[in-house]
Design a protein around this ligand. Sequence first.
Ligand code: ZN
Length: 439
Amino acid sequence: MKFNDLAFVLVSVLSVFLLAGCVTNPITGKQQFSLLQGESGKSQLVTLAKQAVPSQFSADYGESSDAQANAYVNQIGRRLVATLTPADTVFPDMPFNFHVVNAVYVNAYAFPDGTIAITRGMLAELENEAQLAAVLGHEIAHVNCGHTASAMSKSTVYDMLVSGTQSYLASQGSSWADLAGTAGQLGSAVVLASYSRAQEREADEGGMLYMVRAGYDPQGMVDLQRLLVRLSGANPSALQQMFSTHPMSTERLQTAQERARTQYAGKNSGVVNRDAYLAATAAIRKNKEAFKSFAAAETQLAQKQYAAAKASAEQGLRLAPNDYVGLMLVAQAHQKAGNPAAAQQTAALAARLNPSGAQCALQRKDYAGALQHLNAFERQVPGDASTAFYKGLAYEAQGQRPQAAQAYSAFVRKGGTASSQGRYAAQRLQQLQPSPPRR
Ligand SMILES: [Zn+2]
């Protein structure tokens, strides 16, 4: 949103292959430069987003296992999307989809293919459905206006070129050894892009238009902007990431107030669906105070205050026992403080308790979901052998042979071949390795 919406760089890479041109901005009606256009541009965005979304979701501790909240957010998102007309967007019929991610910082973001996520931290701050519609509408407008296409930088272009090459090699089944050390390669494909003030204004304008069309009181957007202004004063650390990419100002609040008074005066007065919102998000909102402690722990981890981070995370866990993010923060604090055994013990507990964790996802045959969890786990608690084993299984099930071989190889290196998992990994590794070149 506001909020460091995500953008891709891929667009810049694709510009090598596609003719750039101008499109009409659906909000302002002005011509704007765009690198991707029409059906081919759209399908490229969808394909590439599919590769990058999992790495961002795993950085946000995966999708929430709260089925009720996920279904609700998706339902409100779809209600907004249903109001869109071809004139609203540069890319008609984007496959919009909406998710709750476990992260506790206050944020929402969009990928250019219409994948939109909101954090538990943000849901805990909102108070009604109209405010949620304002958040999601804002993100939808970023997608519709093609804002992601203009968010690029030289370094990210380089990252994308590198990881694009690796993905290509992988898809061609090239020697998996060449790919050693490229785990997490997709991570570099994603950047947190800064939107310009002008783009933020457009997204607010579009978001407000969609939410009013969908039947909500425009006051929802005013409330949202007021909330953001209040949070920016009260707790800047929780919003650090957001403000680093999205300069916040009271201007956006004033603009929303002005529109509510004029353009949208008297529209859908009082339709904010507070009760529905509170019911669907009850399990998340009750942990609001715990999320604040977890957010503090994240800040302390970043500041290398490991003992303080552990204390903050544990304080949050007293309010929200067994919360996945809280446990993973304790694990990270142990890890960073040079106590890997305690880190892995806590992380293993987190994995067991997290009902949408990697093993459950594997059982559901949701291999992409499993990899999300496993990659998140690995980043937070590096060096866990069984993570490598399960990554091997998930990659192999997805037909990603080089990555599977790499994961099995890591497992055998760490855990040996004495266990049944070790024997299995060694056997699969033999199968997956390309046969030696014939002379
Ligand atoms: Zn935004």
